[in-house]
Write a protein that binds this ligand. Sequence first.
Ligand code: NAD
Length: 336
Amino acid sequence: AERFQKVLITGGAGFIGSNYVHYALTHHPTWEIVVIDKLTYAGNLDNLKDVSDRITFIEGDIANPEDVEKAVNGVDAILNFAAESHVDRSLRDPLPFIRTNIEGTLLLLEAARKHQIKRFLHVSTDEVYGDLVGSDRHSLETDPLSPRSPYAASKAGAEHLVFSYGISYGLDVVITRGSNTYGPYQYPEKIIPLFVTNALESKSLPIYGKGEAVRDYLYVEDHCSGIDTVLHAGESGNAYNIGARVQINGIEVATTVLGLLDRPESLMQYVSDRPGHDYRYSVDPSAAETLGWERKWDFKRGIAQTVAWYQQNADWWQAVKDKKVFQEHYKEWYAR
Ligand code: NAD
């Protein structure tokens, strides 16, 4: 039998949140699903178009107590995906990151405590560990948090609040620390959808510095199944890494995408590096694997599937890229 009946998914109109809504409707067909999303530039109701009649959607802000009160009514689990999520934007304008990622998480925790929610799952990131450059080790959940960008700092701050509610109030909390995620419905400011859609438009692919920063690329469906595993089997008060055990740098991402789309490597364009760029993240996902989670998609299959999705869904990303909010950030950021 299902442990949860009614589940609140915050940020469910964003990239990973909307993928998780689709995942949950397949794997937990008895769940009543409520989504709260502020529909920022990154939120997109098109991501939920095909399932809109199977969920309750609330347009609202997790940093607004009235919106949160409305959203948590009657739910027995909260999954917090909502966040300002783009490192580059956090370098230009950090305040919204503090408001949504820290204050928003705090309001959700307060509501969870008041309403005696059964479980609070907070979606965090491997970026809280900071840079592993110069070492060949993989971050463990017991490592200290050492965030280095305003985005990562806001996510680490949120984590501390989540843990504190577990300790101070006995709230049942779990945290996932997923690695760099890619797949359908990802806003095209992030590296993979940016490279894929630029390549499709025969525009250049902007590569930071020498393109040597490495990430552990995780296909979104694997990230969703990892979150689902931790929701059901994770030990209260614990964090779990979710990663694909791969190390891929920017040049490899670009050449793979260009190869799949049969575009020339002359489209690669080196641009000034991100300030304070972290050169290596890598997590050890053994603890999540012990819970029964396993990665199903390797990079070769995942990237091929992703490229195919963007090829077949040009309407989706063209509408996003046509908007002023996309173009302004792009122009100003890469003209730095
Ligand atoms: P996203 O930017 O695509 O989606 C975020 C969603 O949250 C959007 O729909 C947005 O409208 C919504 N939102 C923002 N502020 C809100 C607010 N105040 N109230 C309600 N909704 C709000 O981001 P994503 O890539 O899907 O990331 C989802 C979560 O996963 C985030 O918490 C992020 O930190 C985490 N994460 C992302 C990655 C990655 O590689 N993308 C990796 C690990 C962890």
